[in-house]
Ligand binder design. Structure first.
Ligand code: ADP
Ligand code: NI
Length: 209
């Protein structure tokens, strides 16, 4: 068994308890996208990318698993200190943990971050947002609600905000945050599809189509 396969087996059990917005299917889609981006970036280290993708959400605070789960799994894999460090740093650059974002300085960080964000866009992005909203008791839309009325992104998230608000406050901004050329291309297509979805939703609310 390769290190990636071993890691895959271990993380699968962890993601089994997460809702469908962050399950193992999310990880498999991010892996496929990250591999597709990596093919266009010849210097990228695929092993680091794959391990970082597999582990990037296991310690997500939203799912209240043990904070050490990422470290526990990493310690079980046969990696050099240098590889372990690179995987950790790549994961840290992907998540918003702690309320701030680190800069993606290596090509591996850029690829994993773009691939994770791409999974919040397009048809899958729409499906994930509504499944997340459903799991948190959110509304479909709330015309009165805007994030700037909240003290912080955490406070806004904690409120189980309406899903359409989440599109405006976060998802529609992601295309401009892509760092790889291939990521930018996919994000632009997926963005257009979401804008079209929101226009259709508004028109349907008014019985226009
Ligand atoms: P990540 O776990 O990749 O860092 P998030 O936890 O912000 O990113 O989002 C993961 C998925 O959950 C995305 O598809 C996102 O749209 C969805 N999501 C997160 N917060 C909300 C929300 N308040 N309403 C609807 N969907 C949300
Ligand atoms: Ni993710």
């Amino acid at each position: 068994m390769t290190t990636t396969e071993q890691c895959s087996k271990l993380v699968k059990e962890v993601y089994a308890s997460f809702d469908a917005s962050h399950d193992f299917e999310h990880i498999q889609r991010v892996l496929a996208t990250a591999r597709a981006i990596a093919e266009t970036e010849p210097t990228a280290n695929e092993k680091i990318i794959e391990l970082a993708v597999l582990l990037h959400d296991v310690s997500d605070a939203k799912y209240a698993t043990s904070k050490d789960i990422e470290a526990t799994i990493l310690a079980q894999l046969l990696l050099s200190d240098d590889e372990q460090q690179q995987v950790k740093e790549t994961i840290a650059a992907v998540s918003y943990r702690g309320g701030y974002e680190l800069e993606a300085t290596t090509i591996e960080m850029k690829i994993v971050r773009d691939a994770d964000r791409l999974d919040a866009l397009g048809a899958i992005g729409i499906a994930r947002a509504f499944i997340f909203g459903g799991a948190h008791g959110s509304l479909i839309y709330n015309d009165d609600e805007e994030m700037h009325t909240y003290e912080s992104e955490e406070a806004y998230r904690a409120k189980d905000s309406a899903v359409v608000t989440h599109f405006h406050e976060k998802l529609l901004k992601l295309k401009d945050l892509m760092t790889t050329a291939y990521g930018k291309k996919l994000a632009s297509q997926r963005h257009k599809f979401m804008v079209q979805f929101l226009q259709q939703l508004s028109a349907e609310r008014e019985g226009k189509i």
